[in-house]
Design a protein around this ligand. Structure first.
Ligand code: ATP
Length: 319
C-alpha cells in the first residue's frame, strides 16, 4: 500500500504514543504516506485527519495519554457509520488503517474490515491486558507499576494503624491488573472476576489472622469482581476490623510509559506499519512468551482471554 492511517480509540493507555509514533516513522521510512486521525472513530466520521510528517511525532514517546486523542463513538456501532468512515478514508486515497485500542475498538475494526475489505491491522492498546491471543497489551505494564506504587504507600499507613485496606483497581472484566499487582505488592487476598470467592470465609480468616497478631491485611479487588466500597463495608461489618477502601481510578491510566511499554509499543507499531504496507490485513500484533506474534483480528475479538493459571496458583501459594 502507498497510503495508510492510524488512530487511537477507547480508553487511553501509556505507550499509545510510542505505538503511533512507530507506525508513522516506519511508514515514512518505507516511503509511504501516513495520516493521523484525531479522536478515534469519532474523528474519522468528523473527517478530523491530517497527513503526518516525522516531526508530528516528536517529543511524545515519554508521554502518557495519546497525542491523537481518543473517543468512544456510538455511530461506529452502526453499519452506516462504518461505511461513512470507509468513504472518508478512500476519499483521501487511504488504503489501510491501523487501529490502536482495546477490545471494543478492535471489534469495531473487525467489522469495518468484514464490511468493506479495507486492510486493517490492530494493536492492543489498553491497560486491562484483556486481548485474547496476546500476553501483553500496550500500557498494562505502566498501569501495574502505578498500582504497585499505591500499594507501597497504602502498606505504610495500613501497618501503622493495623488496618484492613481494600484497594479497587481497573481491568474491566479481566483480573490481570489485580492479579499481577496483588502478587508483586504482596496482597493477602486478590479478588478477580475469573474466580469465585467466598467473602464470609475471607472474613473468618481475617479475624483469625488478627487474633494471631497480624498487623494489617491488603485486599486487591479487580473492578470486575465487585465494588471495593461494598466489599470493604461488608468486611468492616462482619469482622469489626478497622477497614479502609481506596479506589485508584483514572490515575492508573496516566503517567509516563515504562521502558517495557515504550519498547514493545514501538516494536508493535513498526510491525503494524510493515504489515499494512505489504498488503496484509485482519491481524492484531501482540506478544506471546516474550516474542511478537500475529493474531487473527476476528479471533482476537471473538475469544475471551483467560488468566494465567500459574499466576492464580502463585497468588494462592504466596498468601
Ligand atoms: P478500553 O477497554 O481500554 O476502554 P476499548 O477499545 O475496549 O478500550 P470501548 O469503549 O469498548 O473501549 O470501545 C471503543 C470504541 O470502539 C467504541 O466507542 C465504539 O466506537 C467502538 N466499538 C466498541 N464495540 C464495538 C462494536 N461491538 N461494534 C462496533 N464498534 C465498536
Amino acid at each position: 500500500l502507498k497510503s495508510i492511517a492510524v488512530l487511537t480509540s477507547g480508553g487511553d493507555s501509556p505507550g499509545m504514543n510510542a505505538a503511533a509514533r512507530a507506525v508513522v516513522r516506519t511508514a515514512l521510512y518505507e516511503g509511504v504516506k501516513v495520516w493521523g486521525i484525531r479522536g478515534g472513530y469519532h474523528g474519522l466520521l468528523e473527517e478530523d485527519m491530517f497527513e503526518m510528517k516525522s516531526r508530528d511525532v516528536s517529543d511524545i514517546i515519554q508521554r502518557g495519554g495519546t497525542f491523537l486523542g481518543t473517543a468512544r463513538c456510538k455511530r461506529w456501532k452502526t453499519p452506516e457509520g462504518r461505511m461513512m468512515g470507509y468513504k472518508h478514508l478512500t476519499d483521501r486515497g487511504i488504503e489501510g488503517l491501523c487501529v490502536i485500542g482495546g477490545d471494543g475498538s478492535l471489534r469495531g475494526a473487525s467489522l469495518l474490515s468484514k464490511e468493506t475489505g479495507i486492510p486493517i491491522v490492530g494493536l492492543p492498546g489498553t491497560i486491562d491486558n484483556d486481548v485474547w491471543g496476546s500476553d501483553y497489551t500496550i500500557g498494562c505494564d505502566t498501569a501495574a507499576n502505578t498500582i504497585i506504587d499505591a500499594i507501597n504507600k497504602l502498606r505504610d499507613t495500613a501497618s501503622a494503624h493495623r488496618r484492613v485496606i481494600v484497594l479497587e483497581v481497573m481491568g474491566r472484566n479481566c483480573g490481570w491488573l489485580a492479579l499481577v499487582s496483588g502478587i508483586s505488592g504482596g496482597a493477602e487476598y486478590i479478588l478477580v472476576p475469573e474466580e469465585e470467592y467466598n467473602l464470609d470465609e475471607i472474613c473468618d480468616n481475617m479475624t483469625e489472622a488478627y487474633k494471631k497478631g497480624k498487623r494489617y491485611i491488603l485486599v486487591v479487588v479487580a473492578e470486575g469482581a465487585g465494588s471495593g466500597q461494598e466489599i470493604g463495608q461488608y468486611i468492616a461489618e462482619k469482622t469489626q476490623l478497622d477497614t479502609r477502601v481506596s479506589v485508584l481510578g483514572h490515575i492508573q491510566r496516566g503517567g509516563s510509559p515504562s521502558v517495557i511499554d515504550r519498547v514493545r509499543a514501538s516494536q508493535l507499531g513498526e510491525q503494524a506499519a510493515l504489515a499494512l504496507i505489504s498488503g496484509l490485513s485482519d491481524i492484531v500484533f501482540g506478544y506471546s512468551k516474550g516474542r511478537v506474534v500475529s493474531i487473527d483480528l476476528h479471533d482476537a475479538v471473538n475469544n475471551k482471554k483467560i488468566l494465567d493459571p500459574d499466576y492464580l496458583h502463585l497468588a494462592k501459594v504466596l498468601f
